[in-house]
Design a protein around this ligand. Sequence first.
Ligand code: GRF
Length: 222
Amino acid sequence: MSSATPSVVILVSGSGSNLQAIIDAGNTGECPIHIAAVISNRPDVKGLERAANTGIATAVIDHTQFKDREDFDQALVKQIDLYQPDLVVLAGFMRILTRDFVGHYTGRLINIHPALLPDFPGLDTHERAIESGVQQHGASVHFVTTEVDGGPIILQASVPVENDDTPEKLAQRVLQQEHLIYPLAIKWFAEKRLRLDNNKVYLDKQLLPATGLNYAKVMENQ
Ligand code: GRF
């Protein structure tokens, strides 16, 4: 791996299917990154297994072992910084991060959220989308700021909500889109084309719209 290859640390809490999509995109060369480590706040999750299977370093910083959020986040920063990453990727990492943590990684911390932000921040997005009667739902990749699920959006992909959708069926279709948009956003970052400046997102020096780019349109224009 060339020393110019951007180094990435990925944080997970569970299944890690997004992690897998990123690993795969790295392996095919589609996404030019070096995954330095995968860190989980929960022991024994599938995400750790996926990383270990590929020979990626893993660590567990178990949040239940810390007296408060600040202590946990400090330990997490310490662990992440061992790898000196260019980018920190939250991939199903189910913890709210402190202001200090977010500040430490401003501009190099991204998340994926299973909704078309700014709609449906927080949990149970698929249930809420169905209940609210929206016709389109989807996923967003965004830079992380102190506002939970409120950071500047990079890329979104949408799926239609079907009449007979269940949260599980909808989640499955959204997840397929997540696996496409997360590696793409990471590739842009790795290629130094993506930048957060003054809370705004630029791709190739162009200011992105407030809801980021739309994946289908990006693909159309390729
Ligand atoms: C994804 O839907 C992601 O958007 C959300 O948590 C889920 C994680 O799935 N933040 P996985 O662990 O990547 O399979």
